[in-house]
Design a protein around this ligand. Structure first.
Ligand code: CP
Length: 302
């Protein structure tokens, strides 16, 4: 592993290794002294061309817990605004003796483009609608933590599948780890021929909730929607929104996940997001340990 570009490129053994290392790092970050010296000779730049709260802070904290030096770059207040290209921006950051680049970009394939052109390790922190591999890894870690194992479990991914990089990475990851995956949402928000990936497809949220052990509820990504995919948010919420009464009425236990940020009251009500079914804040906590594991293994192979 020289780069982490997507879950598609990882084997089940590599995923297992990352999750096992993350288990060790979770123990470390719950100690009174949360730091280890593993990456003290490494400098990492977090290069974000799109907004982020969880991923950017979680990478930064993971780097600090591993004693790496970190730089944070946000395109919105940089010389990108004066017309500097992506490659020039990254080459200039690397000229300052940076070893690894964590990159988030609105365009699909940017991490792959950089991995072919620069010497640093590249970590994909979300590329357009394509992949968000560390989110899928922390989702898997959180499911394993709550349910004991992933193999044989039923995972429903519910909502805006069409625009979701989390959805795509989760499909690859949960299938590689032996889970069954269903996608559920309005037909306009489910990619045509997605069943070719071996997932079940449903347009009925109640059916999806009854089927699954875990529901990963996705945000409606209005910022990526150039046309109207459903009549109104109110109507979306009426047909595809999930609330606590629905969860409590199921014939079996269910785990609710959401990658964040939540559109409260649209895809998920507050009483469901904050209920005992939800592991949403566990996902955020686990993100630090999972990102530590990714950085640690990439540094090992430098
Ligand atoms: N889950 C996730 O990627 O959240 P942010 O956009 O806040 O990083």
């Amino acid at each position: 592993m020289r780069h982490l570009l997507g879950i598609k490129e990882l084997s089940a053994e590599q995923i297992e290794m990352l999750l096992n290392t993350a288990t060790n790092f979770k123990e470390v970050i719950n100690r009174p002294i949360k730091k280890v010296p593993s990456l003290r000779d490494i400098t990492i730049a977090n290069v974000f061309f799109e907004n982020s709260t969880r991923t950017r802070l979680s990478f930064e904290l993971a780097e600090k817990r591993l004693s790496a030096d970190t730089l944070n770059f946000a395109a919105s207040n940089s010389s990108v605004k004066k017309g500097e290209t992506l490659l020039d921006t990254v080459e200039n950051i690397l000229a300052m003796k940076v070893d690894m680049v964590v990159i988030r970009h609105a365009s699909v394939g940017v991490p792959h483009f950089l991995a072919k052109r620069v010497k640093a390790n590249i970590i994909n922190a979300g590329d357009g609608t394509h992949e968000h591999p560390t989110q899928a890894l922390l989702d898997a870690f959180s499911v394993r933590e709550r349910l004991g194992e992933i193999a044989g479990k039923r995972i429903a991914i519910i909502g805006d599948i069409l625009h979701s990089r989390v959805g795509m990475s989760d499909i690859f990851l949960f299938q590689k780890m032996g889970a069954e995956v269903m996608v559920c949402g309005p037909s306009t928000l489910i990619p045509k021929h997605i069943d070719a990936l071996g997932v079940k497809v449903s347009h009925n949220v109640r059916e999806a909730l009854e089927w699954c052990d875990v529901a990963n509820v996705l945000r409606i990504q209005l910022e990526r929607q150039q046309i109207k995919y459903f009549p109104s948010l109110r109507e979306y919420s009426l047909y595809f929104g999930i609330n606590k009464a629905m969860l409590d009425s199921l014939s079996k236990p269910i785990v609710i996940m959401h990658p964040g940020p939540i559109n409260r009251g649209i895809e998920l009500s507050s009483d469901a997001a904050d209920s005992e079914h939800s592991i949403i804040l566990d996902q955020v906590e686990n993100g630090v340990a999972v990102r530590m594991a990714v950085l640690y293994h990439l540094a090992e192979n430098r």
